[in-house]
Design a protein around this ligand. Structure first.
Ligand SMILES: Nc1ncnc2c1ncn2[C@@H]1O[C@H](COP(=O)(O)OP(=O)(O)OP(=O)(O)O)[C@@H](O)[C@H]1O
Length: 372
């Protein structure tokens, strides 16, 4: 695969704050790549540096085979000299121009002949399912349609790379979901690589070929959605992607990829060890579990290895599943089961763990110790 975008050791500081800390990544042709992380982690700054709206202090950026930025040589192409289309959260559709003019404007600025503009705008409108809306004014469109116009404007210039910064966050939940599928379809139809920034992990997991997970300017992991979910490289990724609850356990010994632990009310159990995480050699630790990896049995008999007694504190019906908050000792564990299994609040259960991560006990319990 040819990389369409490469960031090499990009570092951007604002005074004392290092917004982007030595970030390297590359995006292939046809790839949907999302940068994800909590507010302030440096996603937007990374995207703006790619766009040429920010100049980093260190590092280099290659785009479609050209160096567009290099801190060492002070090469820094302005945004309009970079082969990119951009869509931001606040989809600035110009209110005084109709839809056709909105999408055609960047082409007019570039001096394309009228006929060529007309043909290209119509092609983009057709692709976005808005073929007959060209004459409408933005005020006559829904939020989703306006966002499509912003996307159309970015696509019209036929960029080598599309940069999207939380483009769906102003839309309501239902529309956001359908726009996700639409965006993915547009990406498939055009083959255009996308660098997508979001704090919404569901969005990133649903749409991306690969995801980069950031925290405090640092890129912790790059991987497919499955990789970052099932094999998080760091504690931060484990906590940030999906849901985890922590149970106290004790590491008895480590053998290759497995670790023998004691947890629950009796005996020994072995768990799969993710060697890249901070699993202690022995002694007190935390067992981090995903909601779908916990098994509940309506029983008070928990005196078996790898089982613990628990009490259901809260249950919520999710349509296709039940979610339970189960109290185990001092911890609260989130559990998801299919909707056929309905256990009552207050009932005693045996809690089993099918899969988990054994990590150091430090601050692991903070989210799961709750009420009495
Ligand atoms: N122009 C600026 N001047 C000073 N500090 C800035 C500036 N822009 C960003 N920062 C700081 O850099 C860090 C990264 O900000 P950035 O906007 O890239 O984060 P983000 O992950 O995109 O967050 P959000 O999801 O809230 O947009 C933050 O600590 C932010 O306060």
């Amino acid at each position: 695969m040819t990389a369409i975008l490469t960031l090499d050791g990009l570092t951007k500081r604002y005074g004392q704050v290092t917004a982007v800390d030595n970030v390297s990544l590359s995006i292939d042709a046809n790839e949907f790549f999302s940068l994800i992380g909590p507010s302030g982690c440096g996603k937007t700054t990374t995207l703006r540096s790619v766009a040429g709206l920010e100049s980093a202090q260190q590092g280099a950026i290659q785009m479609a085979g050209r160096t567009v930025f290099d801190a060492a040589t002070r090469r820094d192409l302005p945004p309009n000299k970079r082969p990119i289309g951009m869509v931001f959260q606040s989809y600035a559709v110009w209110p005084h121009m109709n839809i056709f003019e909105n999408i055609g404007y960047p082409l007019k600025v570039r001096g394309l002949p009228r006929d060529a503009i007309k043909a290209r705008v119509q092609r983009v409108l057709d692709m976005l399912g808005m073929g007959d809306l060209g004459a409408r004014m933005p005020s006559q469109l829904s939020g989703g349609q306006q966002q499509r116009v912003a996307l159309g404007r970015a696509l019209a210039i036929e960029p080598s790379l599309l940069l999207l910064d939380e483009p769906l966050s102003n839309l309501d939940a239902k529309l956001r979901e359908s726009m996700r599928a639409e965006l993915k379809q547009v990406q498939r139809d055009t083959g255009l690589p996308i660098l997508y920034v979001t704090h919404d992990q569901d969005e990133a997991l649903a749409m991306s070929d690969r995801i980069g997970v950031m925290s405090a300017g640092v890129l912790h992991q790059i991987g497919t959605p499955t990789e970052v979910y099932t094999r998080p490289a760091t504690r931060f990724v484990l906590d940030f992607i999906g849901t985890v609850s922590y149970l106290p356990c004790e590491v008895l010994r480590r053998e290759g990829d497995t670790v023998a632990i004691r947890w629950g009310d009796a005996g020994e159990a072995s768990a799969t060890l993710e060697v890249n995480l901070d699993t202690p050699e022995r002694g007190p630790a935390s067992l981090a579990v995903r909601p779908e990896h916990v098994q509940l049995t309506a029983s008070q008999e928990a005196a078996q290895p790898g089982l613990a007694r628990g009490t259901i504190k809260i249950r919520a019906y999710l349509g296709d599943a039940w979610e339970y908050h189960v109290r185990v000792g001092d911890c609260l564990v989130r559990v998801r089961t299919d909707s056929a299994q309905a256990l009552e609040e207050g009932s005693e259960v045996a809690v089993g763990v099918r899969q988990g991560f054994v990590v150091s006990a430090a601050d692991g319990e903070r989210d799961s110790v709750l009420f009495d």
